[in-house]
Design a protein around this ligand. Sequence first.
Ligand code: ATP
Length: 350
Amino acid sequence: MAEIRLEQIEKRWGGFSAVQRQSLHVADHEFLVLLGPSGCGKTTTMRMVAGLEEPTSGDIYIGGRNVTYELPKDRDVAMVFQNYGLYPHMTVGENIAYPLKVRGIAGSEREKRVGAAAAKVELGSLLHRRPRELSGGQRQRVALARALVRTPAAFLMDEPLSNLDAKLRVTMRAELKHLQHELGITTIYVTHDQIEAMTLAHRVAVMDGGVIQQIATPAEIYDRPANLFVAGFIGSPPMNLIPVRCTDGKLVAEGVRVPAAIQSATDDLVLGVRPEDVRLADAASSNVQGRVFTCELTGDSVLVTVQVGASRVIAKADRSFRIADGEPVGLHFDASRLHLFDAKTKRRLD
Ligand code: ATP
């Protein structure tokens, strides 16, 4: 087990920079999730840690050792990929045993370890089947067992759950979390799924455009997003972001007059408020006013979209809430849960 350090790591293809001089420290035993939209550079970052891609510049340390130019097999990491990468001609047992075979571990020791790894992911009864005779979830578990069969310094997982159906994803997510807790192996996990990131991670690194935008605990990322990108990316539905200016101690836009808690040197601001922090109220007595654009029942709540000037603001209301489209309505923003950003620098203001 080991810590992983990326120092000023960069990956360029021609003039294009997929990862821009990023540094990242993953502590021993930590579960770090790299989260971001498609093309943001998360897989490239992971592949550099794995040794499948050579960085253009910068250094990678695993357990204090500089591994930047070491082959993947010498880095002592176990990888799990989206497409599982199982050998179709081998049985489940042979697939799981493979990392031991290439390291010259044979006989009863190998059998014992394969049995233990298969048992951890409840595959004990399927050792003689071939991958094509398994469901997606079972194949996923074979890939996991193959990673678990030895105790690597670190796990590297790239969207390992994305091929599974929604229900199985939830089950496997819980299993992964349980396993990581039990084994405590340092893990870097790549996903574009924010729920996966929030539920699994000790810390999340949110990436965009080859740059890490924020590294923090899931709660901090949600409660105090560092910039407009993170604010808009995390949360479903995402945070409402309303362009405002600061006038006479109030944040003002068409239909909006909210007391400003902070003094800002800049006038060009964006007010952020999450849908669950918006309460529907009487239009006359509210400092945010608009008209109902549409209502959507999601099951446990009703999402009410309100047109406020040029902005649309979503409020999460009780599941029994009913209102007709076009009705005038007031909105109350929870003052302790407001976020303010500089529209130019896109950074959070405190
Ligand atoms: P996804 O979630 O879609 O896998 P990602 O965040 O993992 O996205 P990367 O695969 O790291 O993104 O790719 C980052 C950028 O680098 C993308 O714009 C991609 O097109 C580019 N890229 C990746 N591999 C190469 C390559 N071999 N040559 C040139 N450009 C590449």
